[in-house]
Design a protein around this ligand. Structure first.
Ligand code: LIP
Length: 295
């Protein structure tokens, strides 16, 4: 990676993210045509496709030798290779976009040797930008104001019970993946008197990328999802790591998951307690597991 000018890549990805943001906000004012992928919870719009086409054109023009993996052009079974590869979600939070709920972002990541190297996540409705470069720290900027280094808040992680945890229902509404969600979500919120973890709160905002950036900032303690994709997390993972957070497997036992693992547990930067809350979280699953994993 020594001959890769990552700060220049980051600046270019910010430029492209802002261009994508204009397409999104302009389309967001009109009724957006959408179709379903897997089922009614897994939506794609014409704007997703238009934004990805624009991003692909800009990235391939500037960096023609780099790989490109985008949500809307992804071919099943495609693996992330070692060469520098852009991993792109043109609209993360598509369901929110269709419902005019403003938790929507464009997620532009660069991975090298299958590890996050540059991450840019941009919510055009809130004009909120998160960006990071491997070894260069993570920053956010809101409304064009002051650039702030992440995390914004850094305190000990006392326990799972005190945690605000990001979750997502995803697109499975029956079967083992859905049953695992039910088990984990109810165990987390249930009182300790009845065998639960009695956590402070769960939050499901509909965008994994934004949830992981909020975790990086210290605005929520953790994010867990089994079933989201590499394009949902690649950029935000770089931002999380550079802020001092950690990304472990969404299943118990693996502290170093691959980028396309499809099972993720993000933990905020903390002076102490990261390892302990991971092990507490993993214990909620018992023997149940999701069917998701790397391709
Ligand atoms: C979304 C993810 C979210 C997941 C949703 C959806 P999209 O991405 O960010 O974590 O639970 O099902 O996949 O489809 O809006 O790009």
């Amino acid at each position: 990676m020594a001959n890769l000018d990552l700060p220049t890549v980051r600046m270019f990805l910010i430029e492209v993210a802002k261009e994508a943001g204009l397409i999104i906000t302009r389309a967001g004012q009109s009724q957006v045509a959408s179709t379903n992928k897997k089922n009614g919870t897994d939506i794609v719009t014409e704007t997703d496709q238009e934004v990805e086409a624009h991003i692909a054109w800009r990235l391939k023009d500037r960096y023609p030798t780099f790989g490109f993996l985008g949500e809307e052009s992804y071919k099943s079974g495609t693996k992330v290779l070692d060469k520098p590869t852009f991993i792109v979600d043109p609209i993360d939070g598509t369901s929110n976009f269709v419902h005019h709920f403003p938790a929507v972002c464009v997620s532009l990541g660069l991975v090298v040797s299958k590890r996050p190297a540059v991450g840019v996540v941009y919510n055009p409705f809130d004009d909120e930008l998160w960006a990071a470069v491997q070894g260069g720290g993570a920053y956010m900027q809101k409304g064009g104001g002051q650039v702030q280094k992440l995390p914004l808040y850094m305190t000990p992680l006392e326990s799972l019970q005190s945690a605000c945890i990001g979750i997502e229902w995803g697109s499975d509404r029956d079967g083992p993946n859905f049953e695992l969600n039910l088990k984990v979500f109810t165990t987390l919120v249930r009182s300790t008197r009845t065998g639960g973890r009695f956590v402070n709160s769960l939050r499901g905002t509909g965008s994994a990328a934004i949830a992981i950036c909020r975790t990086a900032a210290g605005q929520q303690d953790m994010f867990w999802e089994c079933g989201c994709w590499v394009w949902d997390v690649a950029a935000a993972w770089c931002i999380l790591s550079e802020a001092g957070g950690i990304m472990v497997d969404g299943h118990p036992g693996n502290w170093e998951p691959p980028i396309d693992n499809r099972r993720y547990l993000a933990v905020r930067p903390a002076t102490t307690g990261q390892k302990e809350v991971v092990e507490e979280f993993w214990s909620t699953m018992g023997d149940q597991r999701s069917l998701y994993g790397p391709p």
